[in-house]
Design a protein around this ligand. Structure first.
Ligand code: TMP
Length: 209
């Protein structure tokens, strides 16, 4: 695969989707082909699974069933969107990838890390070239997420303790994989966060043009 694969991670309301969009605009402005995509979703089949996992009652699925659903969505996304884009040489910017399953299903909803890792090895088997973790205090994140309250609130409705646990999980994961992760503080105006993101990403990309 000749393109570059970037993911954004963080708790709900961290601002990572805004940052993913801003980075996509910056890189497109440099003349690069950018595929901005998201998980769960990013392909027609995976977008259908998205509705199943993000809407409805927090108790709707067990953590084990969620691992299967998120991994099924990811496999479809990889086959239909990510791999073809990387093969064309595009920069793929993915709003969440496998680290979200590692944290939300593997750690936050129970001690299921070994299950998540085995299924990942079996069905996905790739990691992003670089992962930006947008780090934010969970109270601020949850307040932002609640303020834009829509139909996709299943995880936000799991509450502050859940998001606090998730933040600690993401920071620990970043520490365990320092070559792949860059941690960017999300507690600043979007433009300054975007500058920090660009400074972390640009040295890794081949010269534009
Ligand atoms: P989003 O708000 O960034 O679109 O993410 C949707 C929610 O899905 C978010 O609360 C985290 C959750 N999620 C998981 O629990 N596991 C996963 O593997 C992914 C990709 C997302």
């Amino acid at each position: 695969m000749s393109g570059f694969f970037l993911s954004f991670e963080g708790i709900d309301g961290s601002g990572k989707s805004t940052q993913a969009r801003m980075l996509a605009e910056l890189l497109r402005g440099q003349g690069r082909e950018v595929v901005l995509t998201r998980e769960p979703g990013g392909s027609p089949g995976a977008e259908e699974i998205r509705r199943l996992v993000l809407e409805g009652d927090p108790d709707r699925w067990s953590a084990e069933t969620e691992i299967l659903l998120f991994t099924a969505a990811r496999r479809d996304h990889l086959e239909k969107t990510i791999r073809p884009a990387l093969a064309r040489g595009a920069v793929v910017i993915c709003d969440r990838f496998a680290d979200s399953t590692r944290i939300f299903q593997g750690v936050t909803r129970g001690d299921l890390s070994a299950t998540v890792d085995r299924l990942h090895g079996l069905m996905i088997g790739v990691e992003p070239d670089l992962t930006l973790l947008i780090d934010l205090d969970p109270e601020q994140g949850l307040a932002r997420a609640q303020a834009r309250r829509g139909s996709e609130m299943r995880f936000e409705d799991m509450g502050l303790a859940f998001q606090t646990h998730a933040r600690a999980g993401f920071l620990a994961l970043a520490q365990a994989h320092p070559a792949r992760f860059r941690v960017v503080p999300g507690d600043a105006p979007a433009q300054s966060v975007a500058q920090a993101v660009a400074a972390a990403v640009l040295p890794h990309l081949p010269q534009a043009g």
